[in-house]
Design a protein around this ligand. Sequence first.
Ligand SMILES: O=C(O)CCC(=O)C(=O)O
Length: 276
Amino acid sequence: MIELTETHKHTFREDGFAIVEGVLDRETIEAAREKFPLLFKGQFETGLQPDEWNWHEGRDRDTLTRQICNGWKADRTIASIVLREDIGRACAELRGWPGSRINQDNVIWKPPGSKPLGFHQDDSYQDWIVPNEMMTCWITLDDTTATGGTIEYVRGSHLWPLAPPIGQFHAPDDALADLRPAAAGAGVEPEIVPIEVPAGSAVFHHGRTWHGSRDNKGEAPRRSVVAHCMSCDVAHHPSNVHPVYSRYRRQDDLSMDESFFPILWRQDGYRTAWLP
Ligand SMILES: O=C(O)CCC(=O)C(=O)O
C-alpha cells in the first residue's frame, strides 16, 4: 500500500520526481518477471495484443530496448500492478487531481548491452487529450544501478516549458540531444540523477520532468512496469489525433471510455467497476 509522506510531496514539488520503496512484494516481482519473455514472444494471456509492441523476438535487434504499451490488456499480472488503486491515488494526490485514470502502461526490458531511450518529457506526446498532462509511476522489477540502464531524471525540469516530441526516442546516438537545447532555453546546467533503488521500488514523475535511460552497461537486465496516469476528468482532444489512442474515441463524443481508460481512484470513492 503506497502512503505518500510530506517528504515525498515536498521532494516531488521541488524535483519533479519522488522515490517510494517497497511498492511490490517479492512474489509479484517474480510473477511479473516471468511474463516478460512470453509477452515479447506474443503469448498474450487474455488473447488481446497490447496497443504497441515495439520489439518482437526474432524480428528486432537484440540491442534495442524492448517496449510494450498497454500490456495490461494482454496480461493480468501486468494489469494487477498498473491498475492499482493506490497508484491512482498517489498520482492524483501529487498533482492535485480529483482522481486518476490509466492513460497507458509500459513494459520495458533493457537487457545487458541494450541502447538508450532518448531524454524526453512525457507530456510532449499527449496533445490528443485535454488537458495534455500525464503523471507516471515507474516501477522497477530489478535492483537498478547507474551503469545498468536505470531511469535518469533531470532535477527540477518539470518547471521548464513543454518541448516538442524528441527527434529519436529509441536507440538515439546521443540520448541527451534534445535535452541540451531545452536546458539552455531554461537557462540551467541540467543535473541528471540516475535512480539506484532495490527491485519493487517506484518513482513518481511529473509529465514535464525530463527523463530517459542510457545503455545498459551492466551484466543484468533492467525490467520495469510503468503506469502512466491522467486526471479522471480528462477528455479527448476535438481535433488532434493520436494514431493509436484516438481509436478509442467514440463518434461525436469526447469523453473517455472507462473500458479503455479505467478510473483507478477518485476522491469520492469511485473506481471503475470491472477492475477487480
Ligand atoms: O524505463 C525507461 O527506460 C524509461 C521509461 C519512461 O520513459 C517513462 O516511464 O516515462
